[in-house]
Design a protein. Structure first.
Ligand code: PDD
Length: 286
């Protein structure tokens, strides 16, 4: 549990860290967020996460709550004050509070900023990666700007629940043309028969994952072939390997899609290599 939380300028005990009842994030989902991996007490890929945060804010014309440098300092303070060695930082920025109104408030309205850190046992994802996970495909019913990391997560919450009830750990969203967009909280990848890594091209239908970008750096370093294009469920089921990427999972093998077994049903070799090399390539800031 996060014992100390940063909220709007103060470090508060968890139970006392509160926001206004008429916060626009709470009422209107008028807010964006980031999740960053903490490893050995430092941040993984902070530069890329802060760049995406800045982009999400700019796309929605929400003023930045503070400079990136100050934000980095707040994150490190929250990590230190909670004594987290391995886990995640969760950071949310909303367009602030005021009487409920669809109209945007004056641009001088101070944004709400919450930063918390949560410890997670280092081994959990490595243990899960030894066997891999199952995913369930579900029609993508999200809005048209999934490239912005907003807190409008209800479709993802419901999709993950549907997946869980079918014995899968993640949902893969499928667009109207049958293309896989991404996971409910991860990017989706396959490895074709000739060993090419395939992940959907960046467009308005997927989040530009930070882990996705760093996995591409790893793949380039290892000399793996990468194609950024749409793939569908049939191609995914016939793939040699499949996996998902996110700040919480890093690289997580997918061994089943809608009960169809991928490859030989065990995590694939390229997937294993990418996972193994990830932290050698990712940026680390203590
Ligand atoms: N989710 N796509 C979606 C829809 C996501 O919610 C996420 C991350 C990703 C992967 O992005 P990244 O590699 O930058 O974590 C892709 C976070 C982890 C979450 O909501 O908890």
């Amino acid at each position: 549990m996060s014992r100390i939380v940063y909220v709007n300028g103060a470090y508060k005990p968890y139970a006392q860290a509160t926001i206004h009842v008429e916060d626009r994030g709470f009422q209107l989902s008028d807010a964006i967020y980031e999740v960053i991996e903490i490893r050995d007490g430092g941040l993984v890929d902070a530069t890329r996460h802060l760049a995406r945060l800045a982009r999400s804010l700019a796309e929605l014309s929400i003023p930045p709550p503070m400079s990136e440098r100050a934000l980095l300092q707040v994150m490190h303070t929250v990590i230190r004050r909670n004594r987290v060695r391995d886990g995640i930082v969760y950071m949310q920025v909303s367009r602030g509070a005021g009487p409920r109104d669809f109209a945007l408030p004056p641009p001088t309205t101070p944004p709400t900023l919450v930063v918390l850190a949560r410890a997670q046992r280092r081994g959990w994802s490595a243990e899960l990666a030894e066997t891999g996970i199952a995913v369930k495909t579900i029609p993508d019913n999200r809005w048209g700007r999934c490239d912005i990391k907003t807190v409008m997560l209800l479709p993802a919450v419901l999709a993950k629940d549907e997946a869980r009830r079918a014995g899968a750990r993640e949902a893969w969203f499928v667009d109207a043309e049958g293309g896989i967009t991404e996971g409910a909280s991860s990017n989706a990848w396959i490895v074709t028969g000739d060993g090419t890594l395939v992940t959907r091209q960046l467009d308005h239908h997927i989040l530009p994952g930070v882990t996705r970008a760093t996995v591409m750096d790893v793949a380039k370093r290892e000399g793996f072939k990468i194609e950024q294009r749409t793939f569908n469920r049939d191609e995914a089921i016939k793939a040699r390997e499949a996996f998902v990427t996110s700040a919480t999972n890093i690289v997580m093998p997918v061994v089943k899609i809608d009960n169809a077994v991928i490859g030989d049903g065990r995590p694939g070799e390229l997937t294993r290599q990418l996972r193994l090399r990830f932290h050698q390539v990712a940026e680390f800031s203590a």
